[in-house]
Write a protein of this length. Structure first.
Ligand code: F6R
Length: 602
């Protein structure tokens, strides 16, 4: 949510800031802005809309300088508008701030500042920050202490970058519960919400923790702890190939990421090492419960993982939405293993749930795709999906990598516990390693089939997804993909549950997509499909079973695989279907409305 960039150095900053913003646009894209120091003044340009709208502003040409900050916004307080866009400046235009997060007590702070004759022009929470900094500066503090004192009064979450026309040789940054990284260059330094935004310029990064501050100068970065005592930080080299964040010839990141799945799963499976977790049979036996906690698509991966761990390891698993878990007094103690799945590693609710699990003495494992993300610094242990940077807002390759990782993990636990027979273990291991090839097989002719179906249904208002067991969890994920990028109302139901209410919505020509991959549940699933066909539904079936073609409108055949692993294959036609429907509707697939890739606010 919101992307921030900062630059100070020997080069002109505008191009660097705009490039950084373009790389960060997936974090928010309802407005964009830039503040650059030049000729002793702060020049701020901002606009409602995308980064390209900022680039198109006619007066942008006239401004450049060697120090600046920039922002792409996902609105929280105040509608997307020119005025509400960041950066926000104090009324004298001597301090300029970009902010990611929410200032929960902004109203109290605003009242205080208004009582001191400060004037506000926006509806945002952020505008209090530059004015509060100004207030402390006028009390006689230097730049760093003014920012520090202002931050001490902020409640909520923030990653901020501040520049000042009075102190043109530095940028001050601070962070609390929102992501921020610092990139080191030669005679230049960079600030960004995440690593990929800056990879074009540097591979050397510093990471600051909550409540820490940094003074970023051209040739140096000085770090401070929460009491403003100087601290040392080690610079880390990050080995992400910059080409991984290009579209590589695809029209959209989402399409590229869908087709990357054989590779991303292969990498994930081959880079795993569970030995570092130090899990023993005795420990597993002592567990009362495993919790899997996540949001959105990652939670859907958690549901699939639950079935695998419960069935293969006979351990009780509860899956919860992070936003619910954190406020419902969950029963959790030292006999609980809590696993947190998060592609970005920055999701505010997931991190808060992790913190809660830690104070309740649970052992915690984070499953994430982003090295050095916030979650990796909080969890006891970390497992990485090696999907590579996922840029499209709708998650695809991260989801299948999460399930692949969790499937492999379930097999590891089952081996420790000796809870499944050797034949099944071998079959699952072979099938899992074969998944990348099976996906390649699935891709043969898939695109044209899916395009044909998409053409027939892209104007629909409602689409239903049904399945039983693991297929139901895939239905949930398929429906979410469609909703988020095509804006078609989609609902997922457990096939057997439909008749308890929702079937009332099925009428002539309603599209029902059904996933059928478990041989033991085929007949039951077909009966449920017959129930909707009798009420006029058009049916699309995703299956690895041999079904009678004449009974359904479309059948998409996926390769055969042990049914525990089928979600990794069966979701792929649904990802492509959502993609092609959104394209036919001429929507921005990678940046759907109202969404952002990293949800760093509650
Ligand atoms: C949907 C999607 C979201 C995320 C959710 C959690 O396509 O991407 O539902 O899965 O916001 O994000 P992470 O995994 O980064 O914690």
């Amino acid at each position: 949510m919101c992307g921030i960039v900062g630059y100070i150095g020997n080069n002109l900053s505008k191009k660097i800031l705009l490039n950084g913003l373009t790389n960060l646009e997936y974090r928010g894209y309802d407005s964009a802005g830039i503040s650059i120091l030049s000729n002793g003044n702060i020049h701020t340009l901002k606009t409602k809309g995308r980064v390209k709208d900022l680039i198109d502003l006619s007066n942008l040409d006239k401004v450049d300088g060697y120090c600046g900050i920039a922002h792409t916004r996902w609105a929280t307080h105040g509608e997307p508008s020119d005025i509400n866009s960041h950066p926000h400046n104090n009324q004298n235009n001597t301090f300029s701030v970009v902010h990611n997060g929410i200032i929960e007590n902004y109203s109290d702070l605003k009242n205080f500042l208004v009582s001191k004759n400060y004037k506000f022009i926006s509806q945002t929470d952020t505008e209090v920050i530059p004015n509060l900094i100004d207030y402390y500066y006028k009390e006689g503090n230097d730049f760093l202490h003014s920012v520090y004192k202002a931050c001490k009064h902020l409640k909520g979450s923030y990653a901020i970058c501040v520049i000042s026309s009075i102190f043109p040789d530095k940028i001050i940054v601070a962070r609390k519960s929102s992501p921020l990284v610092l990139g080191k260059g030669i005679n230049e330094n960079f600030i960004g919400s995440d690593i990929p935004a800056l990879l074009e310029y540097t591979k050397s990064f510093y990471f600051i923790n909550d409540n820490e501050f940094a003074e970023v100068l051209k040739n140096n970065i000085i770090f401070y702890d929460e009491n403003l005592s100087k601290i040392e930080k080690k610079c880390k080299e990050i080995n992400i190939d910059f080409s991984q964040i290009n579209k590589n010839g695809y029209d959209d990141y989402m399409l590229k990421e869908i087709y990357e799945q054989p590779k991303s799963i292969f990498r994930t499976l081959n880079n795993l090492n569970f030995e570092n977790l130090n899990i023993t049979k005795e420990y597993l036996k002592s567990l009362k419960k495993i919790y899997i906690i996540a949001c959105g698509t990652a939670m859907h991966a958690g549901l699939v993982s639950k079935t695998l761990i419960e069935n293969l390891c006979k351990i009780n698993v509860e899956v919860d939405l992070a936003s619910e878990f954190r406020y419902r007094n969950p029963i959790i103690d030292s006999n609980t293993l809590a696993i947190f799945i998060s592609q970005s590693g920055e999701t505010a609710d997931t991190i808060a749930a992790l913190e809660l699990a830690k104070v309740s003495n649970a052992q915690t494992i984070a499953v994430t795709n982003v090295p050095e993300s916030s979650i990796t610094r909080i969890a006891d242990k970390v497992l990485y999906t090696s999907a590579g940077p996922e840029i499209a807002v709708a998650s695809t390759k991260a989801y299948t990598s999460q399930i692949s990782l969790m499937s492999y993990f379930s097999l590891y636990l089952a081996k420790l516990l000796n809870s499944i027979n050797d034949d099944l273990l071998k079959e699952l291991e072979t099938d899992l390693n074969n998944i990348p090839n099976k996906i390649k097989e699935l891709f043969d002719n898939l695109d044209s089939q899916i395009k044909d179906i998409a053409k027939k249904i892209y104007l629909e208002k409602d689409i239903y997804y049904i399945g039983r067991g693991l297929d139901y969890y895939v239905a949930l994920e398929g429906a979410l993909k469609l909703k988020e990028i095509s804006y078609i109302h989609a609902e997922a139901y457990a096939s057997g549950e439909l008749k308890h209410g929702t079937i009332a919505l099925i009428e002539n020509n309603t599209t029902v997509i059904s996933i059928i991959t478990n041989p033991l549940l085929v007949e039951k699933s077909i009966s449920n499909i017959q129930e909707v066909i009798s009420r006029g539904a058009k049916t699309i079936i995703i299956t690895n079973q041999s079904l009678n073609k004449n009974e359904f409108n479309h059948i998409i055949k996926i390769p055969e695989i042990n049914s525990y692993l089928s979600p990794i294959l069966s979701i792929i036609p649904l990802q492509l279907l959502a993609y092609h429907i959104a394209k036919l509707k001429k929507l921005d697939v990678d940046k759907p409305r109202n969404l952002a890739k990293s949800v760093t606010v509650e």
